[in-house]
Design a protein around this ligand. Sequence first.
Ligand code: SF4
Ligand code: SF4
Length: 330
Amino acid sequence: MNSVYIEITNVCNLHCSFCPCGTTAGNESAADNPSISANRAFMDSKLFETCIAGAQEIGATNVYFHVLGEPTLHPGFAHYVKKLEQTPLKLTLTTNGTTIERTGHQIFASPAVRQVNFSTHAYAELPRETAERYLQNVLDFCSLAIVERPDLYINLRLWNIGAKEASPWNSYMLKRIHETFGVDVTPGHFCSRHKSFNITGRLYLHEDTRFEWPSLDESSSTNSTGSSTGSLTLSHPEHSIDRCDVEESNSKIVVGTCRALDTHVAILHDGRVVACCLDHSGQITLGHIGKQSLSEILESPLASNIREGFAQHELRHPFCQTCTFRKRFK
Ligand code: SF4
Ligand code: SF4
């Protein structure tokens, strides 16, 4: 097990159309929808410490601070990064970069931060002036990092290749990269086997297509005859399927595999342990980190069954059967 995703918050300040974070709470206020906003929260310090103890217990070396949400919005972000410094764990921070002017110095100052991924594809949906300002802040951070933290890996992510509406923004990004670092990154070079382009030092442009979030709602709302299957429609985050009987979900075995529960696992902001960083609503809840140790949870019958299925190229959980993200790593 290399990595644990710890969702220190599921709050975000952007409302990306392609993200469940952006299309649910982000577009609704507490007054509009108390049930949704009640699910937006910051992980408390005690739970965070339990999570990093669990990560060390299972031998992980790397943590992320997200599943959904923008981690730098957590009021304890700097404190949590400091906590990592007392452990062997390293942080790969995935951020939308909107707070980098304020948090950049905390990131530079911490040897626990090994890598920063900037989700610059999120800017394609913002008003141009705002987007350009955020990008400038990110590029300033990168320029400084090259001098002050040459050991830091940085990815400028453009995970929107092929999305027509994102084209003008992507072209602008490439122009600004050229102007800032004197390097031409040609988008024509992008292909499924070539997604990462070195800009300079440890700074990279990472391109990819958009991915679909797996969803039990979509896959189960109708079956092949067009009638409702009913049994797998789970729209509430508290509802999860706590078994993965192939017969229950589908009459035939669904072929596929995934590295989840082998190389990584995720913990939601409220302590629920889920199989991967795509399960933002706890559809595969394996246990609760506040009630059981992470190693016990990973050895539970459900986790073992799913992992054994992956090893045998069977997607045993209905949620995994709806997932296309796993195919990106073939
Ligand atoms: S910035 Fe990231 S977490 Fe926030 S809405 Fe966009 S994709 Fe989701
Ligand atoms: S198959 Fe998809 S949903 Fe299932 S554990 Fe892997 S990444 Fe997560």
